[in-house]
Ligand binder design. Structure first.
Ligand code: HEC
Ligand code: HEC
Length: 315
């Protein structure tokens, strides 16, 4: 009755009524699975109730509550996701999307929404209809499966190895802050790649703002890599969970400058991924501690190394 009344009143509202569960009349094939019109219609209704405020009617991240959110809500029409933890930067599996919605992207506006399970299942199918990326039968990636942790009981050795890789091999410090002296960085790169770093980016003790693939309101979204001593990291279900750090390092943050690390390109393969995870965790655990604040203050006070300050060559 209400719909009829509004339908007569305006075309805009007519489309509003259509959204109340009548948009889909035929099943859709989404990432190789056939999803019924009924599920999609239910998903649409639940989406409008729980997600629309931020992600918008059209799934483009321009909902009424999105204004001013940094980072902005995901634009589902792009068909790209940051925290799927799957290989080859492909699309996440349904269980990955459930994890993302349930687990809270810490420090962002995307908090762990309490949507009933049966509704969430339908919402997840519905959000796939916003992008053609899901039409491809093998659009979805294989999950990252962590290898066994070789460092159990050897935590300080793992942290030391991770610190060496971070500063001397895996280039984390080109985006995230450095946490070591120029001399330590040079020695680490000499040890791991026989090529000592002698030039350092300006403000290397601060994170560097990076472009991403994501857009909002027609603009490219820039993202600040976290300073592990200061910022929360978003996707691990618990920031101190090493296996989740492992998953995100191997998967990368798709579309966000944060590369995916294939363990095979690291000197000690999966053992080095674990070492990086231990090192990141050790920094996270210093956050808001006296030792962490002291380290941040020391880094802030370290002068920018000038050309020639750190000499190249074996030492
Ligand atoms: C209060 C605003 C808000 C609401 C409501 C909201 N989200 Fe989000 N959502 C965000 C923001 C902000 C991000 C981006 C976080 C980022 O990029 O780090 C996001 C990101 C996402 C992502 C992308 C994660 C990735 O790996 O790229 C998914 C999926 C998602 N939201 C699903 C949902 C679903 C499903 C609902 C409804 C149950 C919902 N969101 C409700 C704000 C919201
Ligand atoms: C080319 C730039 C770049 C490099 C190199 C890089 N990162 Fe990142 N990293 C980013 C950006 C940008 C983000 C923020 C993504 C976001 O907020 O959506 C990020 C996020 C992260 C996160 C947090 C993910 C989350 O769930 O919030 C961790 C942990 C991380 N990086 C670790 C590392 C480590 C360890 C290395 C080196 C092995 C590294 N990164 C190399 C750019 C980079």
């Amino acid at each position: 009755m209400r719909c009829l009344y509004f339908a007569l009143a305006s075309v805009v509202v007519l489309s509003g009524c259509k959204r109340e569960g009548t948009a889909f009349t035929a099943p859709r094939k989404l990432a190789g699975k056939t999803v019924s019109a009924e599920v999609l219609n239910e998903g649409q209704v639940a989406y409008l109730q729980y997600c629309r405020a931020c992600h918008g009617d059209q799934g483009n991240g321009e909902g009424p509550a999105a204004i001013g959110l940094r980072p902005p809500p995901r634009n589902f029409t792009q068909g790209e996701f940051k925290f799927g933890w799957v290989l080859d930067q492909k699309l996440p599996r349904d269980e990955d999307l459930v994890r993302i919605v349930r687990s809270n992207l810490h420090g962002s506006a995307m908090v762990g929404w309490e949507v009933p399970d049966e509704k969430l299942t339908t919402i997840i199918q519905y959000i796939k209809t916003f992008s053609d990326a899901w039409k491809d039968d093998d659009a979805v990636g294989e999950p990252v499966v962590p290898a066994p942790d070789p460092w159990v009981g050897k935590e300080s050795a793992a942290i030391a190895r991770g610190k060496l890789l971070y500063h001397g091999y895996t280039q984390c410090l080109t985006c995230h802050p450095a946490y070591a002296s120029p001399e330590e960085i040079s020695a680490a790169s000499q040890q791991l790649s026989q090529k000592p770093t002698t030039e350092f980016r300006p403000h290397m003790y601060q994170p560097e703002l990076k472009d991403s693939d994501y857009t909002a309101y027609g603009y490219k979204v820039q993202l600040l890599p976290p300073d592990f001593l200061v910022n929360t990291i978003k996707s691990p279900r618990d920031e101190t969970q090493l296996a989740d750090l492992y998953r995100l390092l191997v998967a990368g943050v798709t579309g966000a400058a944060m590369p995916a690390w294939d363990p095979n390109v690291l000197p000690e393969k999966t053992s080095d991924v674990w070492a990086l995870a231990y090192y990141v965790r050790s920094l996270v655990q210093l956050r808001q501690t006296t030792a962490g604040l002291a380290l941040r203050a020391k880094l802030n006070a370290t002068p920018q190394p000038q050309p020639g300050d750190v000499k190249g060559g074996p030492r």
